[in-house]
Ligand binder design. Structure first.
Ligand code: HEM
Length: 399
């Protein structure tokens, strides 16, 4: 049912929200900083930076046991809290810190920087395939391949298996209304794929994240196969759709704002500030929490197992937190955005994401210093908790 009033009946998959959520969030921020819905079994949507931050930092009242909002609040096949199906994102304290610490070596600046030449070369090869064509889909023919390649390299998986990863992402993030049993069956090929990779790495250990997970120990015991599979699934889902969305949104912005494109081409030193502003302005990721027990907070009577949709993108547009919050300022100097989240679950892959964004944009604008959108009606945005451009038909211009 289409939404009539977002204050009492919000739905993040409503076409109005998917196509242009910002006016909705501005309105909600003024009328009720925390909006309510009865959909998905009931939930809340905070719109201010202050409340998003308070909830993200409050693990006493809010659990991460399920972070993707759907009618299925509990996951019967996942390990119970505080572990959850995809540690550490589905883990609560105290297990969360243990599961997160295991991954830290793989995401330190050193190992991530070592991926740069590979990612740059990969981007160039993708652009070579587009060649001299003047019209193409920058989302479908370029960007969508970059994050799967980067994540495959990190995990030590073969290149060019992106189809199965995109299917995993679709089933987890997009098919939220699908019955659990059906989704479980459809995920079986992905489980078989992961098990093959684990087996292959057991036979031939190497310096990658899969070998790190296989060799890791908790209390003197190797990690369970469920834990390894869950974390590998998390890295694939968290690392693909998110970065893909961030890159396409940035290219969409440049295609529709020729002054910013011209500045970035002329002043490459602007790139670090521009990347932070792309992340703030087009933050792709919202995450869910479940209310642990009945509680009244922020003037809301929250019930046990109510959803919270943590709108980091909405917090990034809060005028109390950012000057000219609804203006894209390519050289914004002070920019404490929360695109990568807040609190204990803050993104582990932020160094990698920033590097992919930088390389993907640098290589694209080096090859095509001028490009535009000729058919805006063909541009599509993904629905749900990870928002970004999917089809981005561009025309390369010479003037
Ligand atoms: C622009 C791209 C990205 C954005 C906007 C983003 C955003 C986020 C956000 C908002 C969270 C917090 C989740 C929560 O509070 O429940 C998160 C967590 C996480 N992200 Fe990212 N992410 C991006 C890319 C990546 C990449 C490339 C990887 C790895 C390959 C990654 C791995 C993770 C992991 C493992 C967590 C869970 C951390 C924990 O629970 O302690 N992310 N991300």
């Amino acid at each position: 049912m289409p939404v009539q009033d977002f204050t009492m009946d919000w739905d993040h998959t409503d076409p109005q929200w998917v196509n242009d959520p910002y006016p909705i969030w501005d309105d909600l921020r003024q009328r009720c900083p925390v909006a309510r819905t009865e959909r998905y079994g009931g939930g809340w949507f905070p719109t201010t930076h202050e409340i998003v931050s308070a909830i993200a930092n409050d693990t006493e009242h809010f659990s991460s046991s399920n972070v993707v909002l759907s009618p299925n609040k509990h996951q019967p096949y996942a390990p119970p809290a505080p572990i959850g199906g995809a540690p550490p994102i589905t883990s609560d304290p105290p297990f969360h810190q243990i599961a997160r610490r295991l991954l830290l070596p793989a995401f330190a600046p050193g190992p991530i920087t070592r991926l740069e030449p590979y990612i740059r070369d990969f981007c160039r090869r993708q652009l070579d395939q587009i060649g001299n064509r003047r019209f193409f889909d920058a989302g479908g023919e370029y960007v969508q391949f970059i994050p799967p390649a980067a994540v495959s390299k990190l995990l030590g998986f073969p290149e060019n298996d992106e189809k199965i990863f995109h299917e995993l992402v679709r089933l987890i993030l997009d098919e939220i209304d699908m019955p659990i049993e059906e989704r479980r069956d459809l995920l079986q090929p992905m489980r078989d794929y992961s098990n093959r990779q684990i087996e292959e790495h057991r036979l031939h250990p190497r310096d990658d994240l899969t070998s790190l997970l296989i060799e890791a120990e908790l209390n003197g015991q190797k990690l369970s196969l469920d834990h390894i599979n869950g974390t590998m699934g998390l890295i694939l889902v968290a690392g693909i759709d998110t970065t893909w969305s961030a890159i396409t949104s940035a290219l969409w912005h440049l295609a529709t704002h020729p002054d910013d494109l011209a500045r970035l081409v002329a002043e490459p030193g602007l790139m670090p500030l521009a990347i932070e502003e792309f992340l703030r302005f087009y933050a792709p990721v919202s995450m869910a929490r479940l209310v642990r027990d009945d509680v009244t907070l922020f003037g809301c009577d929250m019930k046990k197992d109510d959803w919270i949709l943590l709108g980091f993108p909405a917090a990034n547009r809060d005028p109390l937190a950012f000057e000219q919050a609804d203006n894209f300022i390519i050289d914004r100097a002070v920019n404490h955005h929360c695109a990568f989240g807040l609190g204990i679950h803050r993104c582990l892959g932020s160094n990698l994401a920033r590097m992919e964004l930088r390389i993907a944009i640098e290589e694209f604008i080096a090859r095509y210093p001028r490009f535009e959108i000729t058919e805006p009606e063909l541009v599509t945005w993904s629905p749900g908790q990870v928002r970004g451009v999917r089809h981005l038909p561009v025309r390369v211009t010479t003037k």
